[in-house]
Ligand binder design. Sequence first.
Ligand code: ATP
Ligand code: MG
Length: 773
Amino acid sequence: MNDMSEEDAFEAYEQRPLSQQAMGVSPYLSDLNPPQREAVETLDGPVLLLAGAGTGKTKALTTRLAHLIHTRRAWPSQILAVTFTNKAAREMKNRVGGLIGGAVEGMPWLGTFHSVCVKILRRHAELVELKSSFTILDTDDQIRLIKQIIDVEGIDPKRWPPRMFASMLDRWKNRAVSPGKVPPDECGFANGRGGELYRIYHERLRTLNAVDFGDLLLHVVTILQTHPDVLADYQQRFKYVLVDEYQDTNVAQYLLLRLLAAEHRNICCVGDDDQSIYGWRGAEVENILRFEKDFPDATVIRLERNYRSTPAILAAASGLIAENKSRLGKTLWTEEPDGDPVQIRGVWDADEEARQIGDDIEAAQAKGVKLSDMAVLVRASFQMRAFEERFIHLGLPYRVIGGPRFFEREEIRDAHAYLRLVKSQDDDLSFERICNKPRRGLGDKALQTLHLTARGQSISLMRAARLMLETDELRPQARKSLRGFVEAVDRWTLAAADIPHTELAEMILDESGYTEMWKNDKSPQAGSKLDNLKELVQAMGEFENLAGYLDHVSLVMELDQDSSGDRVSLMTLHAAKGLEFPLVFLPGWEEGIFPSQRSVDEKGQEGLEEERRLAYVGLTRAMESARIFFAANRQVYGRWQNAIPSRFIDELPKQHIDIVSEPGLYGAPASNMPGLSRFDATRVEEDTYYDNPGWRRARAAKARKSAPPPLLEGKAELMTTSAPDASAYAVGERIFHQKFGYGRISAIEGNKLAVDFEKAGAKRVLESFVEKT
Ligand code: ATP
Ligand code: MG
């Protein structure tokens, strides 16, 4: 049968009676290469498919699912298939339908870990003393509950912020640590009361008939571990277990998989250690090694042929990831036709970056490329703002994937509510949104009273608040808080007349305690929220006044609500996992942004390697063209800062990259361009390369070692002569930096110094910004 041509096979498949389907030819198999086929057809026993990006892991997994159903090895309801997002689950279902012809009836266990666990938990809630109608708390509810507990227990919430405890809970739950099992050295919260608080919290949730996100997994694992009959039932049911993006599972998820697959042992996991990017959320890439240990008889399959990207993109990505020390290592090859090298483009600042990317997108569109074939992948959500504004300005339809649009983010909406209230004190929606955010003791009861008064007298909440301050209707504590709030809004309203609107925003965010609230928040998202707030202040600077800015926001929010049709995709690198696009833009490759300073500060080498994996994920999303951008200047809180190109740019193999100045000028020496202004490409080039010694030195070294790329021909010599060879500094030397103060040099790399600052910690800085002491 295998000798049949593909066409014949299809025809035979189409025409045969339903009853024979299970024995017939499977045309979908002919689309696969031999190791992929092995992954699909090795149906008995554990299978680990470990392979690099774009090698067809997801395709193999989807085909395996189709094959199981098609060959009647299992009914759809007997297969547990875990994907990383609900969207991926939907896609997988559609593709399975496509592969075996016709819609698949019911795939109840195809989804994310969370969606699968909700289903199991609803069935057996009573086993963990819950009712099946339990509610799932969102983060806000969870924080409120922790706050109550902390209050009742007489713990100082300033010293021990509820959000800090929430992230500890999260970490325990990711590792399937149940209450009562917290290791003593992790109980430090509130002077050693961490474990006890976990127990109290857990009890409270039970009384409320509620769970948090982490509980969904933890409860299910507990049920399976403590109720052999239930476990046996699921083990029987799930004849096959399939897992995509396996490298990003956490311990609790791994335990769940191991428990469920223990009976049939038909578990197939696919993943890539080089794409493990959720360590900060508890994912453990070691699960790959655990798998091989727990299932020593596993068939381990490797795929090496990449079907997605051009050789240049693949080589650039492989060269980059080779810098990571902790990896299993693998080779990748492709038969795709030669493509353009990866473009690296230096620009003046973030606006210029957005402008050039917008222009590139329009140019590609004019050549017939679909918008949905293009994506902009950013490291941090604050970077999205400039692109969204640019796309709106150009009228380019776009879609933000995996999260809200910039102006729809929680922290941005909160900040806007403060600003709107200052602009118009009768804005009830804004009042309601932030009068108790951060918490200032204005609970639901106080708000209810305010509402009653406001409604009774047909006045706004703010006016009602002023009336309430003169009466005894509110409890003294609530009245005091309300007075503080009303006075603050009045103060800001007065200030608004005197100070620039950006300063006003900083003042409000600061005095209201809003920024402080996120600073105290130890959850992984807090840092990016703070960055977004900074970006917001920055964005306001582009408008003449507050009213102008708020009008702009309303317009932006109004536009483009409909997300159908052909659109450019904008998303974070994290959200891009598993996806692919012909043309990919990778902006903001600068030290501090990418690699993220926060990751490196918090997790050192490990953090840096995770950042590098993220860069690898980014590059490998591109099928035909990848364009990396870095800006020479970034504005943070209104102050310009020199930016250093990301070390990841230096690490890309030079034969696969090309430095480009501007579209259309590919390869032309920038110095040939006549009379351009400060913001134009030539100047950008000069500013970028000449004002930035780190980059200049790196390029100079490259120019010496190898033939320079065409663009640099005119410059190579200049750079060689202008860049001094030896650093004026020595490792161990004490220096002074204007921003970070005193510190000692721990390493020297070209003109970049790694310095352990006495106050600011470890940072990489430019030599030209430090002084000898
Ligand atoms: P990632 O690591 O990014 O998740 P992956 O290994 O899951 O990637 P897929 O998304 O399954 O890779 O496949 C990448 C691309 O290669 C897809 O466009 C897919 O259709 C194509 N592809 C995979 N296998 C083959 C094959 N055997 N023949 C032709 N194209 C293939
Ligand atoms: Mg995949």
